[in-house]
Design a protein. Structure first.
Length: 192
């Protein structure tokens, strides 16, 4: 599913001429993706371009494939939809994705392989750790720290200055009002 969103952004940026779709599932090799792109087998790294973007929604799986791509000498490419809004004072890490209508404020630092989904807001002075996913319409208040491998669900809100620990999950619609430890799942309003 996430691959469709990334392809949409690449087509919007008119980069579809250089696009190669690869999947680890051998049964998909040779099939058409979105009726336009022939799927290559991911294990055939030699057929892939030097520049790659890993379009996998699952944080751990995305991190694993990115590590392999880097081992194979590939360069990670960030993809930012033309309808996303990024402060010129922000930094988006290699291999990250910023979807349409997302807003990235000033002094924001986005790590490697992060997804900032449709309509998400990452306010000023936030840090989003590598291989995290900020869901559709989620909102991070100013000065938040999101550690590596975090999922902030659709429509969730993290109030300013809160820290979300490594590999934690903030459920869809939750409102985080205080720090969350590592490996914790929180939900509700306020999030518990």
């Amino acid at each position: 599913g996430h691959g469709r969103v990334v392809v949409d952004a690449l087509e919007d940026l008119q980069l579809y001429g250089r696009l190669v779709i690869a999947d680890a599932d051998a049964s998909k090799a040779g099939q058409l993706f979105q009726a336009a792109y022939k799927i290559e087998l991911l294990d055939n790294w030699n057929s892939l371009p030097a520049d790659v973007h890993v379009a996998i929604g699952d944080n751990a799986a995305r991190g694993h494939v990115i590590a392999r791509a880097l081992q194979e000498g590939r360069r990670l490419v960030a993809v930012v939809h033309s309808r996303a809004v990024l402060s010129r004072h922000s930094a988006v890490g290699d291999g990250s994705f910023v979807a349409a209508n997302a807003v990235i404020g000033p002094a924001v630092r986005i790590g490697v392989g992060v997804i900032v989904n449709h309509g998400a807001i990452v306010d000023h002075d936030c840090m989003v750790g590598s291989y995290s996913h900020i869901g559709p319409n989620a909102s991070l208040g100013g000065g938040c720290v999101i550690e590596d491998g975090v999922l902030v669900g659709a429509g969730a809100t993290v109030l300013p200055g809160c820290r979300i620990g490594k590999s934690s999950i903030v459920a869809a619609g939750a409102v985080v009002v205080s720090d969350v430890g590592d490996g914790v799942t929180v939900m509700g309003v306020p999030a518990r």
